[in-house]
Design a binder for this molecule. Structure first.
Ligand code: TXA
Ligand code: MG
Length: 314
């Protein structure tokens, strides 16, 4: 059962407890309400995709409370730090290269080598993150293809029957009301990928870097310089809908009929989604070729199939 609770210290600590248990919670940011999961928890993040009915694994923003913590997970140049110091906490998301050592879920990056990070300018959000002692992964708390929520009851209307979302923290109407601006920074140039709470003019006047607008690029396919959503594939060939392993192949199974490696022995699609990226990353180091059995085309299975189909075409 999903419940809405007014903000109090007690409810914030309850939300932290839920996140630690791998549950989802919804919380206010200054832009829109987020659907949050503890950012190292693969299964919890897979639940986000499932709840939102996301047909694809879009990467997800990680919300932090300090730049220092961002530096533990991402490469932060002194220029990026300067940008952060000017605009954080605030509605600006920066796409950074993730450190290999980062413990954050690979599902957040959806197969890319980057992480989208921001420090939200909302007291509740910041308190949640600092009490959790871990970043919170959160897309906007709407069903895929619907409007982003700016009030707690919008979230409730989308997810009231969702067992994975236990708690919505009601912080009233969000102050900015549109999503964060998403940028990349490379070679002294800021590239805007999505317009939002920080304008191009804000970036230009508060900083000295050239600002380029690539927000209307078709499907936002270019999501970090040189990288496209289609780009991701394991470094070894991937064959889908496989019945058994051929020579030199390892077969990834799904369900009780298959041995290890198995995306989910019990045939649970959410668990399979949670394991997908980390399993591929592990196996591509150990084998020359990967085969994967067919995955049911329903629920979050659609996102799994979308991703492995693209990877197998490369
Ligand atoms: O204001 C906001 O940004 C809100 C609040 C909750 O923080 N969040 C939000 O998240 O709007 P979402 O998932 O609805 O939109 C984030 C966008 C998606 O289009 C996603 O593809 C992109 O950010 N994104 C996330 N990580 C990325 C990455 N590593 N590279 C490129 N794009 C990324
Ligand atoms: Mg959204």
């Amino acid at each position: 059962m999903t419940t809405i609770k007014k903000i109090s210290k007690k409810q914030i600590l309850r939300a932290v407890e839920e996140l630690n248990k791998g549950k989802l919670i919804s919380f206010p940011t200054e832009t829109v309400y987020g659907l949050g999961a503890e950012a190292t928890n693969d299964v919890a993040i897979a639940k986000i995709f499932k709840c939102k009915n996301r047909p694809k694994f879009n990467p997800i923003i990680a919300h932090f409370s300090t730049i220092k913590e961002i530096e533990n997970h991402c490469e932060v140049s002194k220029e990026v730090k300067r940008i952060g110091l000017k605009f954080w906490p605030g509605p600006l998301t920066i796409i950074l290269k993730r450190k290999k050592s980062s413990s954050l879920s690979l599902l957040l990056s959806a197969g890319l080598d980057t992480l989208a990070v921001r420090i939200p300018n909302n007291k509740v959000a910041l308190e949640l993150i600092s009490n959790l002692k871990s970043p919170i992964a959160a897309p906007s708390a709407n069903k895929s293809g619907f409007l982003s929520p700016t009030k707690a009851n919008h979230v409730y209307n989308y997810f009231k029957n969702e067992k994975d979302l236990s708690l919505i923290l009601d912080g009233g109407q969000t102050s900015v009301g549109v999503e964060s601006t998403i940028i990349t920074f490379e070679k002294n140039q800021i590239t805007i990928l999505r317009h939002g709470g920080i304008t191009k003019e804000d970036l230009e006047t508060k900083l000295t870097y050239k600002v380029v607008d690539r927000s209307n690029q078709k499907n936002q396919k270019i999501i970090s310089p040189g990288l496209t959503q289609n780009h991701y594939s394991p470094s070894v060939p991937l064959r889908i809908n496989a019945k058994r392993a051929n020579k030199d192949e390892v077969l990834i199974g799904f369900g009780p009929k298959f041995k290890e490696p198995n995306l989910s022995k019990s045939g649970d699609l959410t668990e399979a989604a949670a394991n997908l990226f980390s399993l591929l990353a592990k196996l591509e180091k150990e084998f020359k070729k990967i085969a994967i059995t067919s995955i049911p085309e329903k629920g979050i299975g659609k996102a799994i199939n979308d991703r492995i189909k693209r990877a197998s075409n490369n």
